[in-house]
Design a protein around this ligand. Structure first.
Ligand SMILES: Cc1ncc(COP(=O)(O)O)c(C=O)c1O
Length: 460
């Protein structure tokens, strides 16, 4: 029985919106859910980042904010919590994850350098490329196949990594990253055995290993559930073992820090920490606040402790799996298996009548909004399609991600989401493709405007 391990003390009303209002809103938004006002959304599954509900302890912690410019008590609290959980020496706060990435890569990456990862998240890739480096994806073959079932689909392909090291040379690789869980590959976990083997391989070449730690607790809970030998170990213990294999980490606390804003960077190396802190002062602020208020540091310290509660993690992963199972039982095409934070619809199979130039995943995201006021995000041709030598190039996958905010929605909300998707599946032939009427030169999916290629029955 899936039961929330919390009760509700404060409520945020959500409004159910009529179908007519939804049709008008999505038209005004140019069939782009990023352009919808949030109060026109009933269930918001756009992202799990920065959307968590804070606990009573975190809200109480905000009142303990010490807003001193230097040496805030909340920094020392955060530092001691992070040191205890992750085991790193230097804890450098940032206002979110991508700043930690920017500080790290602009310190160690120069033009021509190569940074392998299982699969880079967009911001890690962009921050590597921004300083002239190359971001390479080296996850196992199964990570790129939506139908492949594998307990640790986020694992690194060690043979591929070894080939990359030989091809580019050790000097060209300042560090290797591993993303836990692997967001761009469907929120799939990485096994401890794989991290250990990656570290052994890198030790032979003298290359440091960093973890992109955003969803570390969800990943470690999967290790406890799935990896032989870990069932009787606490998640806290598994986390400690995992991070003992790394030289540092970047963290967006907007995920497993259970806060609405915050992040940090950890390293053991003193000289590297000094370089990063000097840059931090230039772009974020003093090293004891890193672009955050003291109260934000306090909420983050408390959230990092709460996220390790195994009742919470059991519910969290079961809630995502439960939505996945309701959809799978109805025959909806999905990325297999369920991830730690999201369920992914396979839009090419959902809408086989819509060709890729007509953005099937975007059409599905817009139709899902019309169907149930549910906001999800396209990960397909709108996000990744591009022109090469005057010809359009399309990605292999057309996905719609349903990311589930932490501690926000109930089991009944998830039932509603599943029912809406199942209703839409029954009438899928009524969904029409889209064409662009406006696109920005970079990251077009955020601001694009589209229209239906022909008047659809859905939006009538
Ligand atoms: C795996 C991963 N790394 C890095 C980031 C960037 O974090 P932020 O949004 O806090 O900058 C994200 C955010 O979604 C992520 O999922």
């Amino acid at each position: 029985m899936l039961t929330e391990p919390f009760k509700i003390k404060v409520v945020e009303p959500i409004r159910s919106i009529s179908r007519e209002e939804r049709i008008q809103a999505i038209r005004e938004a140019g069939f782009n859910v990023f352009r919808l006002p949030a109060d026109k959304v009933f269930i918001d599954l756009l992202t799990d980042s920065g959307t968590s509900a804070m606990s009573q302890a975190q809200w109480a912690g905000l009142m303990l904010g010490d807003e001193s410019y230097a040496g805030s008590q909340n920094f020392f609290h955060l530092q001691s919590v992070v040191r205890e959980i992750f085991g790193f020496k230097h804890v450098i706060p940032t206002h979110q994850g991508r700043v930690a990435e920017h500080l790290l890569f602009s310190t160690v990456v120069t033009a021509g350098k190569v940074v392998p990862n299982n699969i880079h998240f967009d911001t890690t890739r962009a921050n590597v490329e921004h300083v002239g480096g190359r971001a390479l994806d080296c996850a196992i073959r199964e990570a790129f196949d939506p139908d492949a079932d594998h307990p640790f689909k986020g694992n690194m392909d060690l043979a591929k990594l070894e080939r990359v090291i030989h091809e580019h040379g050790r000097e060209a690789i300042p560090l290797v990253m591993m993303t836990v869980t692997n967001n761009s590959g469907g929120g799939q976990p990485v096994s401890l055995a794989n991290i250990r083997e990656t570290r052994q391989l890198l030790d032979r070449h003298g290359i440091p290993l960093f973890l992109d730690a955003c969803r570390f607790a969800e990943n470690c809970f999967f290790i406890k559930e799935r990896e032989p030998g870990y069932r009787d170990r606490s998640v806290r213990d598994i986390v400690r073992e995992m991070f003992s294999l790394a030289h540092g980490c970047t963290m967006s606390a907007k995920k497993d820090g259970l806060v609405n804003i915050g992040g940090f960077l950890c390293v053991n190396d003193d000289a590297l920490a000094d370089q990063i802190k000097n840059l931090l002062i230039l772009v974020e602020g003093f090293p004891t606040y890193g672009g955050l208020a003291g109260r934000d540091l306090e909420a983050m310290a408390i959230g990092l402790t709460e996220v390790l509660d195994e009742d919470y993690l059991r519910f969290r992963t079961a809630q995502v799996r439960n939505l996945w199972e309701m959809l799978d039982q109805a025959g909806i095409p999905l990325v297999r298996p369920a991830g730690g934070h999201a369920v992914y619809l396979n839009a090419r199979r959902f809408l086989p009548h819509i060709p890729q130039p007509q953005f099937p995943a975007q059409a599905l995201a817009a139709a899902l909004y019309i169907e149930g006021g549910i906001r999800a995000v396209e990960i397909g041709s709108l996000m990744f399609g591009r022109m090469e030598n005057g010809r359009p190039v399309y990605p292999d996958l057309e996905l719609v991600r349903l990311a589930i905010p932490r501690r926000v929605y109930t089991t009944q909300h998830m039932r509603y989401v599943a029912d809406s998707i199942i209703d839409l599946w029954r009438r899928r032939d009524q969904v029409r493709g889209l064409r662009l009427t406006y696109e920005a030169p970079v990251l077009r999916h955020f601001t694009a405007r589209l229209e239906e290629v022909e008047p659809s029955v859905m939006a009538r």
